[in-house]
Design a protein around this ligand. Structure first.
Ligand code: SF4
Ligand code: SF4
Length: 186
């Protein structure tokens, strides 16, 4: 299988050898929280048509990613930088006629990708930053004064909680992993 890139940001998938496809990949995704409904997809293209990221960047096509995942292109999907482009806007999720819950599905694929050592640099930087500053989203006096005007309670950050949360997710271990498979693209 060629490792070259096609116009959709996923390693060129054809011509391909059926024996090399991972037929269990769709089941692996469906066992991951968020990925449960992947097999409901009937490739109608509604998600691809509505996706604002795909509209601006042809490397990202949710229908194509889902199709490749169902067919079993495990390494190609997991190593693709395109899977990290989803902006979690939920435009696709609310329109999908098959309730595939695409936004959550993208997160499920990113989770498997990270576990396999393909975590995107932006994810690594995010974890580093959160550990360094003990904040995931800093809430300052400014935000709290706005909240007070709206009658919302004050938010106080507990750095120990942030660190505990990150440690609980095993993110520190995950960001150190490297892809095991040959031909990895990172
Ligand atoms: S909108 Fe839903 S059913 Fe249609 S291609 Fe996207 S995920 Fe599949
Ligand atoms: S949630 Fe992600 S895949 Fe869905 S429309 Fe928004 S950017 Fe595209």
């Amino acid at each position: 299988m060629s490792a070259s890139e096609d116009s959709k940001g996923v390693a060129n998938t054809g011509p391909f050898d059926f024996d090399k496809l991972d037929k269990d990949f769709k089941f692996e995704i469906s066992r991951e929280p968020g990925g449960e409904n992947i097999m409901y997809c009937f490739a109608c293209g509604t998600c691809a048509g509505i996706c604002p990221v795909g509209d601006k960047n042809e490397d990202f096509d949710p229908r194509r990613l889902i199709r490749l995942a169902i067919l079993g292109f495990r390494e190609e999907v997991l190593s693709s930088p395109a899977i990290w482009l989803c902006s979690t806007c939920y435009s696709c999720t609310v329109r999908c006629p098959q309730d595939v819950k695409i936004t959550a599905l993208m997160a499920a694929i990113q989770t498997i990708s990270s576990r396999d050592g393909y975590a995107h640099d932006s994810y690594r930087m995010f974890i580093d930053m959160a550990m360094k500053h003990k904040f995931i989203l800093e809430v300052s006096e400014f935000e709290n004064s706005k909240r007070a005007k709206l009658g919302c309670p004050e938010i106080t950050a507990d750095p120990a909680e942030t660190v505990k949360l990150i440690e609980h997710t095993k993110a520190l271990d995950i960001i150190k992993r490297k892809p095991k498979s040959e031909g990895a693209k990172k």
